[in-house]
Design a protein around this ligand. Structure first.
Ligand code: FAD
Length: 629
């Protein structure tokens, strides 16, 4: 066990989705010796699954678009809880990041006059999403991987070694970050195939590990998404913010059980699909909130006309923001009007000719045929909400991506702040590029600023090794059972709609699960042993779930991805408050309130007084009136 393989780098990037790849490219371009580590195969990350596109105010389709409009849309989408500096940088820099991708070989769809085409999406005032059909994430990853290869070819020319300055370690899972005093000194992990351990000696680590969905039973996330980066950061002494805000996508598959949660794209509704309950009723008409009343159709006839004439009709309520639709489906099922398998019906079969469905929604047609033996051209789908995305994550400095731990950086879904309480579709891919690049640059200049390289303490490596090996020796709890219990707890008690008693009950359950995690055992050896891997991941899932539940219990209001049955309204007093999670040694999570700094004058004055009044406290409004004078 002691021949741990050892590598030295300047910057280690954990995660090979959009954020990780962009960060690694930046670090390499700044001359740093860079490692990219990923838990599964290189190229298999959630980023690949993103369909819609990357939001960037290039103004190609509507020249009225600019960064200020995008900034406003993002702040509105996040219900004004966003880190406004991140929202500003994101809106200003997204177009450059998209053009850069094009320069690196991305083939975006074009407008008639040859510019990068941009499509409409929920919450974006103008057509703004640069896209490649319905597989934008794939093109994004392909392009970034191609860029990595190009840099490796350059390095071969100069150094005679392709991997001299940038190397990918695939199917390698990081289980601990290492520190020398306060500062990062490396990362420790294991190879999935052999179970052998590996040590990365590096003064800077960029976390880009994505989401936490696997803490819930019903999720669109795949097996890697166990909140590793969130937990690694916490255990290294970093803060997490906004952990109570989770995006539940309204339409996931509900049946058969093995595929429950798999995403059913929003395009189904965008292309005419409607939601019905067991009585055949298009129930979304009963769920249009007051604030949206003037923007959505009130009759089926008007809603149906919108698909062909958007100028003279209002859009159907099936296209309300995701959180509204998810809550409505939840209510219908709870009221006993759900479908046989516990969802509601999503139907395109009576709305479009079969050929049209196959042409517009080929992957959905295939998905339902293969996985559920349902022909969506002939019968309705059954769908229900699914845990999709976490707005919360590592608290970072907007400009550099650095956390409060020297040498630790984060970007992409694992970081928090950018999206506030709710993320707009399309703002994720642009987020990855903008803040991936910034974190790579931040890590590089941090390395440059060091006078001495932090040392890897052998004792810490030994502890990490023992921790990872522990489950193998035990004949204790079954990791799959503990995992399932956690998923059920989070799904049922800290799901879309939350109540004080239920969240408290979840916290008690999580406390007990935490003890059971210490007793989990995995049979078999270190060689390709998924039970052992799950046992290791459980530490992370339990820790992250505790953060979600603690923050959800404290925030006594409803906003974006956090709905409290017992506090249904948005409360301006809560808007400026962030809930900051931290831990001493992982045994307990502490949550503290922190007040966000006021928005800069030139940014707040981009909004109308009437709009701000919906979000700000009276005190803040008085301040605003002083500035606006
Ligand atoms: P990811 O792309 O999630 O990559 C994370 C990386 O970290 C992976 O390489 C993983 O292997 C690695 N990793 C994790 N833990 C470890 C560890 N312990 N050690 C080593 N490596 C580790 N967003 C949109 O904007 N538009 C969309 O249309 C859209 N569609 C989506 C569809 C689906 C089905 C899903 C699940 C998400 C979708 N999203 C969409 C969300 C978006 O894709 C993700 O939020 C985003 O891609 C996250 O990118 P990332 O770079 O932060 O991480």
């Amino acid at each position: 066990t002691h021949n741990t393989e050892r590598h030295e780098y300047d910057v280690v990037v954990i995660g090979a989705g959009g954020a990780g790849l962009r960060a690694a490219i930046e670090a390499r371009q700044q001359g740093k010796r860079t490692a990219i580590i990923c838990k599964s195969l290189f190229g298999k990350a959630h980023t690949v699954m993103a369909e819609g596109g990357a939001a960037a105010a290039m103004g190609n389709v509507n020249s009225d678009d600019n960064w200020m409009v995008h900034f406003r849309d993002t702040m509105r989408g996040g219900k004004f809880l966003n880190n406004w500096r991140m929202a500003e940088l994101h809106a200003k820099e997204a177009p450059d990041r998209v053009w850069e991708l094009e320069a690196w070989g991305a083939l975006f769809d074009r407008t008639k006059d040859g510019k990068i085409s941009q499509r409409n999406f929920g919450g974006h005032e103008y057509p703004r999403l640069a896209h490649v059909g319905d597989r934008t994430g794939l093109e994004l990853i392909r392009t970034l991987q191609q860029r990595v290869v190009a840099l490796q070819q350059e390095d071969y020319e100069t150094h005679g070694d392709y991997e001299a300055y940038i190397k990918v370690f695939a199917e390698c899972t990081v289980t601990r970050l290492l520190k020398d005093g306060d500062a990062i000194s490396g990362a420790f992990g294991y190879w999935r195939e052999t179970g052998n351990f590996v040590l990365f000696d590096a003064p800077a680590v960029v976390l880009a590990t994505g989401g936490i969905g696997k803490s819930y039973v019903v999720t669109s996330n795949s097996w890697e998404y166990t909140g590793d980066g969130h937990a690694l950061a916490l255990l290294a002494g970093a803060n997490l913010i906004n952990m109570e805000f989770i995006q539940f996508h309204p339409t996931g598959m509900v049946w058969p059980p093995s595929v429950r949660g798999i995403l059913v794209t929003e395009s189904v509704r965008g292309d005419g699909g409607v939601l019905r309950n067991s009585e055949g009723k298009r129930f979304m008409f009963d769920y249009i909130p007051e604030v949206f009343k003037d923007k959505y159709a009130t009759t089926e006839e008007e809603g149906d006309r919108w698909y062909t004439d958007q100028a003279n009709n209002r859009r159907p309520p099936e296209l309300l923001p995701r959180d509204e639709v998810a809550r409505a489906i939840n209510s219908e099922v709870k009221a006993g009007r759900g479908s046989p398998q516990g969802g509601v019906f999503l139907d395109v079969s009576t709305r479009l000719p079969a050929e049209e469905i196959k042409r517009r929604l080929p992957s959905m047609h295939h998905q339902f045929k293969e996985l559920a033996d349902v022909d969506i051209t002939a019968e309705p789908m059954q769908v229900g909400p699914t845990c999709h995305y976490i707005m919360g994550g590592v608290e970072v400095d907007a400009d550099t991506g650095s956390s409060n731990v020297p040498g630790l950086f984060a970007a992409g879904e694992v970081s928090g702040g950018m999206h506030g309480s709710n993320r707009l579709g399309g703002n994720s891919l642009s987020d990855l590029l903008v803040f991936g690049r910034r974190a790579g640059a931040g890590a590089s200049s941090y390395v440059d600023s060091l006078t001495a390289r932090p040392k890897v303490e052998p004792e810490l490596v030994e502890t990490a090794l023992e921790e990872a090996l522990a489950p193998l020796g035990r004949s204790g709890e079954n990791p799959y059972e503990v995992h399932h219990e956690l998923q059920r707890t989070m799904n049922e008690l800290v799901g879309i709609i939350r109540k004080s008693e239920e969240v408290s009950e979840a916290l008690e359950a999580v406390e007990k699960l935490k003890e059971r995690v210490h007793l989990v055992g995995a049979a078999g050896s270190r060689i390709y042993n998924p039970g052992w891997h799950l046992a290791i991941d459980l530490r992370n899932m339990v820790l992250v779930s505790e953060c979600v539940a603690r923050a959800a219990l404290l925030r006594e209001e409803s906003r974006g991805g956090h709905t409290r049955d017992d506090f249904p309204g948005m409360n301006p007093g809560w808007r400026r408050k962030l809930l900051v999670c931290s831990t001493e040694d992982g045994s307990a999570v502490t949550v503290e309130e922190k007040v966000q700094p006021s928005m800069r004058d030139d940014l707040i004055t981009l909004f109308d007084r009437d709009e701000l009044q919906k979000y700000l406290t009276d005190e803040e409004m008085t301040e605003f009136d002083g500035i606006a004078e």
